[in-house]
Design a protein around this ligand. Structure first.
Ligand SMILES: [Zn+2]
Length: 177
């Protein structure tokens, strides 16, 4: 990828990062997990880490896509030069992790189905690029409709009522986590 770096525009790098994140989301879905993916790229468009939600696969409640991606990037000192892409608006935990590491650019696939703490990211001075990608919206809509229980669990919403059915949450309006 290095050889193409010189002529990639920022918009192309953002798109490349989002495409890598979408591929990660699809991978998670194929594994029976939650379809949220993430990628970290350099200012030259080199992908340094990938990750997807592993909460179902691993049983780790903190294994959200962005946090997994940052974990996969390992120890480094160049966070302040990287772009983090996610297929979905980053939650409080993932936004906090990005703020902690001073990641200056966040590409977000969509925030229609769920709005995370973009306000924290913005307050930290990070540039937010909202792609409003309809593939991301469709993937989450379909998943939330099929597995509302899994989705509620992902964002810390307690079970309600006696049945334990998550069907009540289908079609609800967007919420924060
Ligand atoms: Zn998260």
């Amino acid at each position: 990828m290095d050889r193409y770096a010189l002529w990639m525009t920022q918009a192309q790098i953002d798109q490349l990062a989002l495409e890598a994140a979408i591929e990660q989301a699809r991978k998670s879905l194929r594994e029976g997990g939650i379809p949220i993916g993430s990628a970290l790229v350099t200012g030259e468009g080199v992908v340094v880490a990938l990750g997807h939600n592993l909460r179902v696969q691993s049983g780790d409640p903190t294994a959200h896509a962005e946090t997994v991606c940052i974990r996969n990037a390992g120890r480094r000192r160049d966070w302040h030069t990287l772009t983090l892409a996610s297929t979905l608006s980053p939650c409080a935990m993932c936004s906090g992790t990005a703020v902690l590491h001073r990641i200056p650019r966040i590409v977000i696939g969509e925030h229609t189905t769920f709005l995370g703490r973009e306000d924290w990211l913005a307050a930290s001075g990070a540039a937010i690029v909202l792609a409003n990608d309809q593939r991301c919206v469709a993937m989450m809509r379909e998943f939330i409709k099929k597995r509302p229980d899994l989705w509620d669990e992902d964002i810390g919403i307690p079970e309600r009522g006696g049945s334990g059915s998550g069907a009540r949450s289908a079609g609800r309006t967007k919420r924060r986590r």
